[in-house]
Design a protein around this ligand. Structure first.
Ligand SMILES: Nc1ncnc2c1ncn2[C@@H]1O[C@H](COP(=O)(O)OP(=O)(O)OP(=O)(O)O)[C@@H](O)[C@H]1O
Length: 310
């Protein structure tokens, strides 16, 4: 768990992070969003003390981060940045093994961990271990960057625009990989992005920053349904109803009964169901799970959900 308490950073006369408090429970993803210069990166870097706070404190699992030297703290907090930040003249294996080496792991343990991570990130160790970063695609470099951040099994991972340099298709894949890996290791993640779409997709909670202040810290559903300020509403963009629909699955809104035509899978989201109703001109769709009919979802129910702020 990360507890940020009344954290402030002042440069010159300006509080670029201004009395921010928030808690990230263990095993959850907190996404920090906001416009350029709003203080996201500074906030995140105060967690691993790459930036020293002017005032306030950060507790990790109840312990003040000032209780240990910054370099020791950073060995147990993974850190991944945009454009991967890999050492260009070190191989993939050497890059991933950086922190384990600092921690004095023996070679066998380090090698096993490197291979485990490469395999998890769908990079065949035999093929990729000895390559240099320049011999990888952008998406592969990014995966190695995240693998390096996870190498020593940190329970906290800080990520600064980790997918910023990737094209949209690879980006979606990279986000899904991150979710799978985060669930597997139960890592607590703080991720900075300026992309609200990404925040909604990845965040258990979203922290919205503007001019150093935390405007809202809430679940994606709450932020979409009840943006705290005009600025937050603007960041989310116009189509809040559709965003709300895409957050919920059909399975939660199935009712007993039949409907005509092509069925929709219970794992689809409400936005897909709504689009299907409108596209095929139907008032209801049959719903299946693993190919079995389990009921139907109606246009009335979909419209009600889209209209209702939660
Ligand atoms: N070392 C520094 N000295 C002085 N000002 C700084 C320093 N680091 C950051 N700032 C200023 O603090 C403000 C917040 O910067 P920060 O990098 O945290 O913003 P950000 O929200 O992450 O922006 P971006 O999305 O553009 O990366 C900016 O106005 C920046 O110019």
């Amino acid at each position: 768990m990360i507890e940020i308490q009344d954290l402030t950073k002042v440069y010159g006369e300006t509080a670029v992070v201004d009395s921010v408090s928030l808690t990230v429970p263990a095993g959850q993803i907190c996404v920090v969003v906001g416009t350029s210069g709003s203080g996201k990166t500074t906030l995140m870097r105060m967690i691993n003390r790459l930036v020293e706070p002017t005032s306030g404190q950060v507790l990790i699992d109840g312990q003040d981060t000032r209780a240990e030297p910054p370099h020791m703290l950073r060995r147990r907090i993974g850190y991944a940045i945009q454009g991967h930040g890999l050492f260009p003249h070190r191989t993939v294996a050497e890059n991933i093994g950086t922190v384990p080496k600092l921690l004095g792991w023996d070679k066998a343990r380090t090698d096993a961990r490197i291979d485990e991570l490469l395999t998890l990130f769908q990079l065949d160790p035999a093929e990729y271990r000895d390559r240099l970063p320049s011999e990888l695609s952008g998406g592969q470099q990014q995966r190695v960057g995240v693998a390096r951040a996870l190498a020593a099994g940190p329970n906290i991972l800080l990520m600064d625009e980790p997918f910023g340099a990737l094209d949209p298709v690879i980006r979606a894949k990279a986000q899904d990989d991150l979710l799978a890996i985060q669930r597997r290791f139960e890592t607590t993640v703080v991720l900075v992005t300026h992309d609200m779409e990404e925040a909604i997709h990845l965040g258990n909670k979203i922290a919205v920053m503007d001019a150093g202040k935390l405007l809202q810290y809430a679940t994606p559903e709450e932020i979409i349904a009840n943006p705290a300020t005009e600025f937050v509403a603007e960041l989310i963009g116009g189509d809040r109803s559709f965003r709300l629909l895409s957050l919920s699955k059909v399975v939660a809104f199935v009712e007993p009964g039949e409907a005509q035509g092509e069925p929709i899978d219970s794992g689809a989201n409400l936005r897909e169901a709504y689009a299907e109703c409108l596209w095929s001109g139907r008032e209801a769709l049959p719903v299946t799970r693993d190919g079995e009919h389990i009921g139907r979802i109606t246009l009335t129910e979909l419209a009600r959900h889209a209209a209702r702020p939660q």
